[in-house]
Design a protein around this ligand. Sequence first.
Ligand SMILES: [Fe+2]
Ligand SMILES: [Fe+2]
Ligand SMILES: [Fe+2]
Length: 447
Amino acid sequence: MPITPPTCADKNNAMRLRIPYNELSALLPKDPGLAAHCRRVAGLATEIASALPLPGRAMPVLEQAALLHHNPSLLFGDAAMERILHDLLPQGGWKEPSRATHSPRALPEDLIALLTAFQAFPRPCADRNTRAASEILAVANFLDEHIEFSAWDCNTLANLSDVIDDLSGLIQPAIREALRKAFRSSRFTLDTGRLPVQIGVIKELLGILAQSASMEVQALAAVASRDPVISARLVHAANSGLYGGRSTIRSVRQAVAHLGIDASRRLLLALAVHPIFASANLRSIWQHSVWMAEFLESFARRQNLLDPEEALFLGLVHDIGRLATQAVPQSVGALFARLTTSNCPVTYVEQLVLGSDHAELGAAILSLFHVPEHIVEAVRFHHRPAASDSLLASALYLGEFASECEEDLPSTPHLRAALANTQCSFESLSELCRKRATSFAAILNVA
Ligand SMILES: [Fe+2]
Ligand SMILES: [Fe+2]
Ligand SMILES: [Fe+2]
């Protein structure tokens, strides 16, 4: 359906700044990937415009232009052609068409002007504010396409400054500065003192569990008893109906004997890692990590590629780098929230704002725990398996994909590489997701 610019007679439409929500959603691209791109571009453009700042009246126009910048009617429809003819033909050579030939829907004039200037970019537009808004829209579009492309090759968004420099000469210096100011305001350096947990006890427990694969009941009970909270939760889990308990177990030693060595080790691993994600705003990450732990353990048994206990641990800690977002200043946290609302996946926001993502930061944190290097590497590449030889990174990527948590932009090359590395077919992956039980999550909830 073609979209028309407002005529002089259509004063109500010409005066309005916003398209009503129901009309706007009907104009969004039907392709989900393209619609997601438009939402992200709107989010980026709003941040850049706020850093300029653009006059408040221009903000809703910019946001809506970003959402509609792939609308084919605007690009190739009658309205666009009329606008071009109006601009190109000598004065008086363009006759306004009769309203009968058009749809009743008319876009606000400012919006049409901005989209026209965006299509003409980098040719500058005469109106100062429209020119600034069209450059912001072009930059936001370029930035999102650049990050999308990086998801398809093996790179992260390494250096935003290089991207900004590439735009020199095409945009005004003020827009370039606004772009710098809007993002990368907080290049992240890991400060272990600001992590929301004391890592000493956890490090010790994990170290002991990692060193001795075979342990007697007595030795394992001694490990569990090092932390009173972990001891209590282990006894509580042993008494739960899930392990056939009858509320008669009163000591860690009895709990380990009742649960068995393997189940006790699994539970101890999870209980050792849980305090890292104990705060209320990390609860959803913990639930996802438990899901991943179960998935990876099943995957390990099925594909016979990795040790199930190692897989379990890897699942529990794979997103430990997301602790970093707990340590950023409040203003950066608010920026994270706004971009996430605009459909930007978490790795996208982290790269843009922190210059690193939770995979890199997680590898740095795990190095502090002195976990084996292959685990650190798996976490480092768990969103870019095609860039690594790590089988564990590929297994983690498949888990992230299967969990549908959408922590990164979709990438066929990475998915193909992960499936090939782990010798897993897409059908096997789907079947594994269907069969997996959730007993571990249930046990942890009662522990
Ligand atoms: Fe675009
Ligand atoms: Fe994850
Ligand atoms: Fe992740």
